[in-house]
Design a protein around this ligand. Structure first.
Ligand SMILES: Cc1cc2nc3c(=O)[nH]c(=O)nc-3n(C[C@H](O)[C@H](O)[C@H](O)COP(=O)(O)OP(=O)(O)OC[C@H]3O[C@@H](n4cnc5c(N)ncnc54)[C@H](O)[C@@H]3O)c2cc1C
Length: 412
């Protein structure tokens, strides 16, 4: 009998399991994958997420894996340019984009070192219940016999096709349709830094240096282009770079060599899922998923994994009723992620911005101080009110020289 069984051992599952085991709880973690292994995901981690890795004693392992440090952001959205870098968060003055084959192994190993029992290659087929309460999981390794394991709580950290969520019937809410699809791969011959740029159509490019002296390149386009894109991937991919930043397009054609097959994905819709019930909880993409455009999935998996582990500990230690602790977990998750969810799903449309956001970002782009502050907000180190409180907005619009009648905000 375990205190907690965690299904899924990547960005959300391993931190929950590790943090609970460090507090002395008996934890089993299972995953149908074996590690090290890759996942379909690009790799950007915000400073807020890196600060969790630092706190857990794992950031140095990411850096030691020769993950390049990035200290300059080049963002543009329909002509609004934000070039700079956020102030350090917890002393972290760079961002990193570790390949998932690197990051996820560091996380699983840390959980194992903390005392978590890990079973790899184990596919969960459902949960075990008794008197309306989840009491364990069932599943098997390969073609082996079905096995059951029991626990006080089962945590589904098994991604957006979560088997645990389906088994417990967790409902979706605040669903917003997905708008795009991605193609990405790794290229040698380019010494590019970090770029996130849209043109004036519904296309986007991203570039990030990563492990192995290669640069990861991605394009995101609106869904209605998918059929044509699929028929001629190399040329379409090149065409998006040519269109958005012709200089990068030319360099890609002249010097870039693709080192691996493209990885494509048509995004699932954005959603929140009910995150707890009797004997179960969901974390990471299993409980909350949004478009990857703003690169917040891994950071949120860390933040919410830590939050869930703290609430589970309170319940397991008898400090408060488990149901109350888990209800607070869901409420905090929803409240703290609401701004990022809204911002992400708005930007992910790749269409013209709502007028007020357009005005704020255009104003921010007129000075380095405001640009770095906005990049700090995006990185998770600056509070919303530092830009959006009326006094600060007024100062921003004054600095940017926005005439009173064009401020789209009632300061009275
Ligand atoms: C194309 C793309 C690009 C992205 N880019 C970024 C980015 O740059 N930065 C960022 O922060 N986020 C990014 N994200 C989001 C990020 O990948 C996810 O938010 C993050 O991986 C969520 O972690 P997780 O642990 O919840 O789920 P996952 O990483 O999906 O892990 C789930 C695990 O559960 C296991 N599992 C599933 N079902 C079962 C089962 N039945 N039995 C046993 N095991 C099971 C799987 O094998 C897997 O190992 C991107 C996502 C996509 C799709």
């Amino acid at each position: 009998m375990y205190d907690v069984i965690v299904v899924g051992a990547r960005c959300a599952g391993s931190p929950v399991a590790m943090l609970l085991a460090r507090q002395g709880h008996r934890v089993l973690m299972v995953d149908r994958s074996s590690f090290p292994s890759d996942a379909v995901s690009t790799h950007y981690i915000h400073q807020a997420g890196l600060s969790r890795l630092k706190d857990w004693g794992l950031l140095d392992e990411v850096i030691d894996a020769k993950t390049p440090a990035i200290r300059k952001m080049n963002f543009s959205y329909r002509g609004i340019e934000l070039n700079g870098f956020a102030e350090p968060i917890d002393g972290i003055d760079a961002v990193y984009c570790p390949r998932r084959v690197v990051l996820d192994e560091i996380l699983v190993n840390a959980a194992r070192r903390a005392g978590v029992e890990v079973i790899e290659g184990f596919t969960v087929s459902g949960v075990v219940s008794s008197d309306g309460r989840v009491t364990g999981i069932r599943g098997r390794t390969g073609d082996g016999p079905e096995r059951e394991f029991r626990s006080t709580v089962v945590v589904g950290a098994d991604g957006f096709h979560s088997t645990v969520a389906k088994a417990v019937g967790a409902g979706l809410y605040n669903v917003r349709p997905a708008s795009g699809f991605i193609y990405y791969s790794y290229f040698s011959g380019l010494d590019w830094g970090l770029n996130h740029k849209t043109g004036f159509n519904e296309n986007w490019i991203g570039t990030w240096p990563t492990n192995g002296d290669v640069t990861m390149l991605a394009t995101i386009c609106a869904r209605d282009q998918l059929k044509e894109f699929r028929q001629d991937v190399d040329n379409r991919f090149q065409g998006v770079f040519d269109d958005i930043v012709p200089e990068l397009g030319a360099e890609l054609r002249d010097r870039g060599t693709r080192e691996e097959p493209f990885k494509p994905m048509r995004y699932p819709d954005n959603y929140y899922r009910q995150a707890h019930g009797p004997g179960w909880a969901l974390v990471g993409d299993a409980g909350y998923h949004k478009d990857p455009l703003t690169g917040w999935g891994i950071t949120d998996a860390f933040l919410h994994g830590e939050l869930l582990a703290a609430r589970l500990h309170e319940g397991l230690a008898g400090e408060r009723p488990m149901e109350e602790a888990l209800a607070e977990y869901q409420a905090t998750r929803d409240e703290e992620s609401a701004g990022v969810y809204d911002y992400t799903t708005t930007l992910a449309e790749l269409t013209p911005l709502p007028p007020f956001l357009d005005l704020v970002l255009s104003s921010v782009s007129t000075s380095q101080e405001w640009t770095d502050k906005m990049l700090g907000l995006i990185a998770g180190g600056v509070e919303d009110h530092e830009i959006y409180a009326p006094d600060n907005l007024k100062r921003l619009f004054d600095d940017a020289g926005v005439p009173e009648e064009k401020r789209l905000y009632d300061f009275s």
